[in-house]
Design a protein around this ligand. Structure first.
Ligand SMILES: [Mg+2]
Length: 273
């Protein structure tokens, strides 16, 4: 697949479209995936560029599987739109607001979290309990494939299993409520709310695929141009590769892309009456 850094003319053309949005995932895209999600996450290497770009674009949004508040604490740049839990929770008026459909399943998620406690007996298993969703990281266990199966069996056997959906990402499984809300619906909402005429969406994993698709759908059905860009690495799956328009090779190239955007855009001037 073509590298976006070899096709900057495409991007140059896209940037002419206003209002423009930069919409991106965080872990594995703006920063390396932390080895241990229980430790404090270091600031992403892309923060200086994001702090500049937020003044250049109509929308700069970060959509992550993390809790919105955690996302905001890590990035902490005024004007960035924070969206957590794979599109299900938005930071609005100084607080995290869960989508009502997701809020309705928090009780079930809490009961499931209690059932998942037995997994802590497995050496190396990390349960990242985010209240409304849960991610279980199994890459540090002695037998990751067995550990992964154990997580899936436990969810399946739970009375709440049928109301949950699993997202199998790099080395972790995220358990989310079975609702039709995802990174794709978040991307579509941002395009619509801000009447975006151009956007890029950056992501690196399975949970980002709905975002890639939303970009594609928007450019097919309306006056909109957008690009889906996949940050690749050794664990990139073929399935995600075929959903994107262009690639970046690792977070290092995300930094290069953002540097290029800083060099090729200017601060927005508000022309609204
Ligand atoms: Mg990611």
């Amino acid at each position: 697949m073509a590298r976006i850094l070899d096709n900057l003319d495409v991007l140059q053309k896209l940037l002419k479209r206003q209002p423009f949005g930069l919409i991106t995932d965080m872990d594995g895209t703006l920063s390396e995936i932390p080895h241990n999600f229980l430790e404090i996450t270091p600031p992403p290497p892309t923060l200086p560029q994001l702090a500049k770009l937020v003044k250049r674009f109509e929308v700069l949004a970060i959509i992550s599987g993390r809790k919105t508040e955690a996302l905001k604490d890590i990035v902490n740049i005024d004007g960035v739109q924070y969206i957590g839990h794979y599109g299900m929770e938005w930071w609005k008026n100084n607080q995290a607001v869960l989508h009502p459909e997701v809020a309705a399943s928090v009780t079930a998620m809490r009961e499931l979290a209690a059932e998942l406690e037995t997994l802590r007996a497995v050496d190396g298993m990390i349960i990242q309990d985010k209240w409304a969703t849960i991610s279980v990281h199994y890459h540090m266990t002695r037998q990751p494939e067995t550990a992964k199966q154990q997580i899936m069996d436990l969810v399946q056997k739970s009375p709440h299993g049928k109301n949950m959906r699993l997202i199998e990402e790099k080395n972790n499984i995220s358990i989310i409520p079975r609702v039709e809300i995802n990174k794709g619906t978040a991307v579509s909402s941002l395009i619509k709310e801000h009447n975006l005429q151009g956007a890029i969406f950056l992501g690196d994993d399975v949970g980002d695929v709905p975002g890639f698709r939303a970009i594609r759908v928007a450019r097919e059905v309306q006056e909109f141009m957008g690009l889906a860009i996949l940050v690749t690495g050794s664990e990139t799956s073929q399935a995600t590769l075929k959903e994107a328009d262009f690639t970046l090779n690792g977070v290092g190239e995300t930094v290069m892309l953002l540097d290029w955007l800083v060099d090729n855009t200017v601060e927005r001037t508000h022309t609204r009456p």
